[in-house]
Design a protein around this ligand. Sequence first.
Ligand SMILES: [Zn+2]
Ligand SMILES: [Zn+2]
Length: 318
Amino acid sequence: MSIGKILLYYCFTPLKDPEAVMLWQRTLCESLGLNGRILISSHGINGTVGGDMEACKRYVRATREYPGFKKMEFKWSEGSAADFPRLSVKVREEIVAFGSPKEIKVDAEGIVGGGVHLKPEQVNELVAERGDEVVFFDGRNAMEAEIGKFKNAVVPDVRTTHDFIAEIESGKYDWMKDKPVVSYCTGGIRCEILSALMKNRGFSEVYQIDGGIVRYGEKYGNEGLWEGSLYVFDKRMHHEFGQGVQDPGFIQLGHCVHCGVGTNSFHNCINEDTCRRQVLICADCASHVKTQHCGRVDCAEVAAAAAAETVPESRGLA
Ligand SMILES: [Zn+2]
Ligand SMILES: [Zn+2]
């Protein structure tokens, strides 16, 4: 058995012919047996692929041969091709769907007019110098912050990245326009764009974290300004830093929607026809069909009906 790896990467650089890059990337991944998801636009590339260690190394070498991707950083983590259902390589208008393809400008250095990049230690330095004046602004979907966020962070009311522009134009956050704002997201890509959108709308001192929460958490574990778990987009669903939940410094932010017990486990609501919500459900409540719902009344009815049909022996499999 060879060792598997997962690569995470993005790069903002002008691509004149995204279609050609897409075809090249697809052929490259197929030839190396990599699975995963790659988005390409005229602004750059954003990908997560998994496969054998040797194949991943070859992929990195081949991808960096393209002049625009020469300096692209790849983040390595544990996993394999089996962590993804298939290979998907697509051209989109945006590599992160903010709904602002016309507003964002990209040159060889990356996004034009984005927030100042801070290394993890510079984040702590900024807070040490400016104290409570510093505002952490969550650049993810609100749900992700239920299990982890920066201390005292402002979590905007967004269900998808598409909601951000309306949210920052709503006036709700105008009080932070003159404050130092540190936007943050999982790996940094969303804040590349979000920080530029914020600056364009009058937020005067905007920062972003190099490598996002992932790099900050690797550096400080549960001893820094981060609290709780990190929501991740693969099968694991969540990741803990340091020694995990056993770490004395770990703070459990998430709680089961049904019984209130501390948990980091998101589950899909059983009412898949009309509800697409993912909610926190503890292991015990998740083992009973009647509590495999998000808490909404109609969803609870669907769960109750499903529970009535389920023979007790099959419970654990549901
Ligand atoms: Zn529960
Ligand atoms: Zn539901």
